[in-house]
Structure formats: C-alpha cells, structure tokens
Design a protein around this ligand. Structure first.
Ligand SMILES: *Cc1c(COP(=O)(O)O)cnc(C)c1O
Length: 390
C-alpha cells in the first residue's frame, strides 16, 4: 500500500486498521475447523462482545453497517411511505437504509455544538410542521406519517440524545441510533447503542474496529432482536425445513469476518486510548491558530474520536488543504456533502439546514488511524501548519 515515491516515512492513511491481536490465530481456527461461511462460533462470540460494549442484551451480526441499519429500521416497523428524520450531515448509508424500506428521509439540521442531529430543530419540526391525524403523526407538507428518528453519532461524537428521545416519546416515534462511527462512545456515562430502541454498528475497514466488513444490530428488546435475526436469515421459520413466512434478506455475517472482528474487539480499549491521545495532540497543535476550530466535544460526551476534523473558518479552502496534504502523501478528506444537496435526495424535504452546509464547507478530516505513530502525526501537523500559516 505504501507508495515508492512518497516522502520519507511513506504515505499516511486516513484510517487504516491495526491487526496486532489474535486476528491470525482466529483466522487459522476458521480454516482448521472448516467454519468459514455464515454460522460458526466466532459469529456468536463477536455478537456478544459488541452487545456487551454497548450494554445491550442482544447483538445480531450482519454483512455490513448499512445492512444492520436496514434491518434495524425494518424491525422497528418502518413501512413504505413512512418518513424518518435523518441529519443532513452524515454518510449516505444512513439515508439509504431508510430508502431501502420504501420510506423517505426528512433531513434536519445538525447542532453547531455537536455536528449531530439538532434536538431543538427536531422538536420545532415535529411541533410546527406535523399534526396528529387518525393513523399517526403526519407531516403536513408531504401528508406522510413520521415514524422514527435516526440520530447519527457523527465522527464518534454522541448526539444529544436525552432531548431527542424525549421528543420522540412525546410524538410516538421510534429511535434508531446510527452508531456506525461511535463504537466505544458514551453519552452521560451511558454507552451509545442502548439509548434508543435499536442501534447499528459498522465494522468496515476504516472504522475504529474492523471485521473486514460487518455490522451488528444491538437492542435490549427481545422481540426486536428476534425480528432482526429472522429478517437477516431469509425469514426462514425452521432450522430443518425450507419454509419462509415473508421476504427476508441474506444479511448474515461469515465466521471469517467475525473472527477478525472479535480479535479487533479485544483491542478496543487500547484503540480508544490511542484515539484519545491522537485527538489531544491535534487539539493542542491547532489551539492557537486564528480562525481554525476543532471538532466539538460536549461536556457530557465521551467521543470515540473516529476521524479528527478541523474547520478552517475562512482561513483557507477545505479542498485546497486536502490537495496539499495529498501532495505530501498525507490522506485527508472533506466531510460528506449534506445529503439534501445530492441529486438523489434533491426532492427530499430539508428542514432549516444551515449548520450542516457551513460545517461541510470548511471541514477537513485528518489521519486518525488507531496505529498512527507520534512521528507521522507530527508530519501531518507540520503539513497543516505550513499550509495555514505559510
Ligand atoms: C460507515 C457508516 C455506515 C455504513 O457502514 P458500512 O459497514 O460501510 O455499510 C453507516 N452510517 C455511518 C454514519 C457510517 O459512518
């Protein structure tokens, strides 16, 4: 992966995995025992480990985080033509999972204090723009039923869940947490993943913990857990008969992926400690740069610090910094284009989205691998400082 002509030290990736635990041992066990496909002992162990980390009673593995989100939404009863409130600033998978259900995302702005779903704007939308009619809470603009909130703990920083969940309860909405970037994060000392009705984690290659690719749905609700498992296994009703009572999905995880995921989960405390150290160093390095601000950190939040992100505040163009870093073999990237601005979601409703667009305009994420060395981090910092204060 390292490029030959890169400066001394080589290319510094944005977020690459560290495979320093029992990955090889567990993979060899898969080969030795013949358990390489879906099913197998590592799947259950991985599920249990992830559920424990979120203080949830159930964990159900899936092929990736997007599938885990899709299953979470289906299991909470999202129906075609329902609407789900989604933050405008997130990876597109959050909204696509809603679309897979035949439902529609309504994009709400994020808060400047967290860059996640803004509880005030959510409440305001529900109170001013919606009304109770037979059949539920109806969005006046579309005539469709609002069924759920989908808070996303963007960049690993938890959304302000107490007021969000309070608003959801007052309006009879389900809460599906997108915890794909936030493994190990907590909100007021409660781990994310157990705050709403159900939550979906991702173990993609660039996440804090990887399984190669995987997702896990966590929930405390027995019925929901059963429903997620049922839907993920082609809705098969019997282990011996091929009888299916509805159209399900083949979203099962393989034992090989679960083996990697379990070995990675065993290193989670170390990974989080590394992330804290990396984040603290970046914050210190950029503290005195006029105009530049670091990603938020609310006093009640324990972030997983997935990708350390700065805002340039008009000091330079985000795209320019990304290009300059790439030229120095440092991988950096801008945040996601707010979803209501994408052609596929142009017709979706966007409610008072301002902050998401402002953050997107000048934010840049910097290398944040759990294995980022102090030396490589200094190189990143030097490149950023050289660009911003030449
Ligand atoms: C990574 C991610 C997903 C999707 O996870 P995959 O495992 O890549 O399918 C969903 N939502 C958010 C916010 C993510 O960052």
């Amino acid at each position: 992966m390292r490029s030959e002509d890169a400066p001394a030290g080589g290319r510094i990736p944005l977020a690459e995995p560290t495979l320093a635990g029992r990955e090889r041992q567990y993979l060899e066990e898969c080969v030795r025992t013949g358990w390489v496909s879906s099913g197998g002992p590592f799947v259950a162990r991985f599920e249990q480990r992830v559920a424990e980390s979120a203080a949830a009673r159930h964990g159900i593995a899936a092929v990736n985080g997007t599938a885990a989100l899709h299953l979470s939404l289906l299991a909470t009863g999202i129906q075609p033509d329902d609407e789900v409130l989604v933050p405008a600033l997130t990876f597109i998978a959050s909204a696509n999972a809603v679309s897979y259900c035949g439902a529609h995302p309504v994009f709400v702005d994020v808060s400047p204090d967290t860059w996640t779903l803004d509880p005030e704007k959510v409440s305001e939308f529900l109170e001013r723009e919606c009304e109770w009619r037979p059949g539920g809470l109806i969005n006046r603009a579309s005539g469709r039923r609002i069924r759920a909130l989908l808070p996303v703990h963007v960049l690993g920083h938890p959304a302000d869940c107490d007021p969000l969940i309070d608003a959801a309860r007052r309006h009879d909405l389900r809460v599906v947490e997108d915890v794909c970037e936030a493994l190990g994060a907590s909100y007021k000392n409660r781990p994310v993943g157990c705050l709403g009705d159900v939550a979906a984690f991702s173990f993609n290659g660039n996440k804090i913990v990887t399984a190669g690719g995987a997702g896990v749905v966590v929930t405390d609700d027995d019925r929901l857990a059963e429903r997620v498992r049922h839907l993920s296994t082609q809705a098969r009703t019997s282990p011996t008969e091929y009888f299916h009572d509805e159209i399900g999905f083949n979203y099962r995880l393989t034992n090989v992926c679960a083996a990697v995921g379990l070995a990675q989960m065993e290193q989670l405390p170390d990974f989080l400690a590394n992330k804290d150290r990396i984040t603290a160093r970046y914050r210190e390095a950029f503290r005195d740069l006029p105009g530049v601000t670091c990603m938020p950190s609310a006093p009640w939040a324990r972030s997983s610090n997935w990708l350390f992100t700065i805002r340039l505040g008009g000091t330079a163009a985000a795209g320019g910094l990304v290009e300059r870093l790439h030229a120095s073999a440092v991988e950096a990237r801008r945040l996601w284009c707010p979803l209501h601005l994408l052609p596929v979601y142009r017709k979706a409703q966007a409610y008072r989205v301002e902050v998401a667009e402002a953050v997107y305009a000048d934010a840049v994420s910097l290398p944040s691998s759990v294995g980022l060395t102090a030396e490589d981090q200094e190189r990143v910092i030097d490149c950023v400082l050289a660009f911003l204060s030449p």
